[in-house]
Design a protein. Structure first.
Length: 229
């Protein structure tokens, strides 16, 4: 086992939500500071790879959590993502943003994990409030109602076919534009938009069967018929 991979194996904090900042970090518009870091990591520089890991772990963990839910093996999946990143980094050519490439690696690892486990992903919304510093000002009844709505939405999302679920999570929950999702899933942008359309329509039809969501209207991000968001 290489030094970098051995470091990954011991660097993940205990518990799937440990040290995970929420909400998601917005990607930087500039890649110039990461390009030399990526080059050094690809050449075997363990310190450079560790920096990449620390910068991007929260984003990977959030996506894995949203695709698989709160599972006991969540940290193992996150670790496997970075093992694959380490092994494949030499093949990264910069034709896409590093974040886009990392999302693609993450989605592929999640799909492999699900196939191996012969199970479908269980959607989970944001982690319980006790995982945040400072707690919450909401009343217990309000918090319980919110969690039940999250579970109900999760049941709906879990009934979507894989391809629709992936683009929905990436777009509506991760906030990625269709053009970037197309690069991640390896499909034409029109296909991504079509999957989003049908995912939204199916969810709107399912809401009537979820009492916890009765009276609520799902509001989705707008995707124009022309360019990206």
């Amino acid at each position: 086992m290489s030094v970098a991979i051995a470091w990954i194996a011991h660097a993940t904090p205990a518990g799937p939500l440990a040290a995970m900042p929420w909400p998601m970090r917005k990607p930087s518009a500039r890649m110039s500071d990461e390009e030399p870091l990526i080059a050094r990591a690809a050449a075997g520089d363990g310190a450079a790879f560790r920096t990449l890991y620390e910068r991007h772990r929260a984003d990977v963990a959030r996506l894995v959590y949203r695709m698989l839910g709160a599972r006991s093996d969540l940290d193992d999946v996150i670790q496997e993502v970075f093992v694959q990143v380490y092994r494949s980094l030499k093949d990264f050519r910069g034709q896409a943003r590093f974040g886009t490439w990392l999302h693609r690696v993450t989605v592929n690892v999640v799909l492999m994990h699900r196939r191996a486990a012969r199970s479908r992903p269980v959607f989970a919304g944001e982690p319980p409030e006790e995982n945040f510093a400072g707690g919450t000002d909401r009343a217990p009844d309000d918090d319980a109602e919110r969690r039940e709505r999250v579970r109900a939405f999760g049941r709906m999302l879990d009934r979507l076919p894989d391809k629709k679920r992936i683009v929905f999570v990436l777009h509506e929950l991760e906030g990625l534009p269709p053009g970037e999702i197309a690069k991640i899933v390896g499909a034409p942008i029109l296909t991504v938009r079509t999957r989003l359309f049908y995912a939204r329509r199916e969810l709107e039809q399912m809401i009537a069967n979820e009492p916890a969501l009765a009276g609520l209207e799902l509001t989705f991000s707008k995707v124009s018929s022309g360019g990206e968001l």
